[in-house]
Design a protein around this ligand. Sequence first.
Ligand code: LLP
Length: 426
Amino acid sequence: MGQGVLTAGFTRVEGELQAEGVPLSRIAEAAGTPAFVYSAGLIRERYRALDSALAAVPHRVHYTLKANSSRAILRLLHGLGCRADVVSGGELHRARLAGFAGDEIIFGGVGKSEDELREALHAGVAMLNVESEAEVRAIGRIAAETGLAARVSLRVNPEVTVEAAHHYIKTGERGHKFGIPIDDALHVARVAASLPGVTLVGLDMHLGSMLSQVEPYRAGAERLAQLCREVRAAGITTLRHLDLGGGLSVRYADERPLDPAEFAAAVVPIVQATGLELIVEPGRFIVGNAGLLLTRVLYRKHSGGKEYAIADAGMTELLRPSYYHAYHRIEAVRPVAGTGRLDVVGPVCESGDFLALERTMDDPAPGDLLAVFDAGAYGYVMASNYNSRRRPAEVLVDGDRFAVVTARESYDDLVAREVDQPDWRP
Ligand code: LLP
């Protein structure tokens, strides 16, 4: 595994882009385009970097499936000792299929249905991160009814102001829909502790995504530590974990990403003082830079004074540019003659369907392959079938070998659950 490769990730060898030891053109030939291509070596590297940065304190890394829930990646992470963080019955199902035991899984999310709560308790999840008093009471009812033990952690909104790349990915400020307002948290802790079958095992926060400053983490961790003291002073002695959520940023352009060592230096002393085990829920940090979207240019077009490259991937494969105006670096897989200023757009019938706007970049010809970098997180998982497009293939590269780990959807897949003749009911 990883043998014979100079570096994990994506590099150029004799001008051509490779994923670890495999030329991207070879992958395009074998798997077609568009396709997501992931580097197993880079995923291992990121997991280990974070895990070792936190070594000074008892801790658990619960990888957040929403960033990329491809089963092959989940298996890879599980094999490294990583645990899982899920937010739906579907993600719970995936985590279990990939080998995670119930007690390696945290179940979070602001709107868990009653069915999902039952599934989580049946699976014996390590804890449910609860987001309201009503939810903790619903869990209490189900626990009483089924006799299943429910471990809960309170997701608190610590009301910390953060800088994130886009306001859609901030979550821990006053008035957001997520979490229990910090002022109500002690009350909800008392409610949780009073319910038979329910044990309050943790306090949790998640401030947002793409956070590059440590200060909000320090401030949030201090608020949780203070709450921990108040909970204990109220006679509740069952706390075991302090969960600081995810959100560690990665580099897309020239940002300075958050260094795990800096993160650890800021929060570890605060967690140590509580005597609790630290939990983190990273998604993007583990997989963000470890994947790219491989797409082929179908046509070039000149319109209204602008240059277009029309690619075979767009918002249906990678929604982030359209939805958040997110920047993803794009390079030609094989060297091209010059640079141009162009819009890279997809085939979808929407003017908002683009991968890059007015970008100075390699000037590709029809047929050329492009690599859209840093698409490992929130890429495939946000893909859609709009325009009845088939979701793309996913390819995992490990050293000098590769495997298609998710097949491209077929036309039959698109219609498999539809009926021609409705089964009308009165
Ligand atoms: N924990 C909770 C409770 C979360 O809501 C999230 C992400 C994470 C952990 C992991 O955050 P990360 O480490 O990946 O930043 N689709 C957006 C990102 C949405 C993040 C949602 N929550 C994007 O493409 O930027």
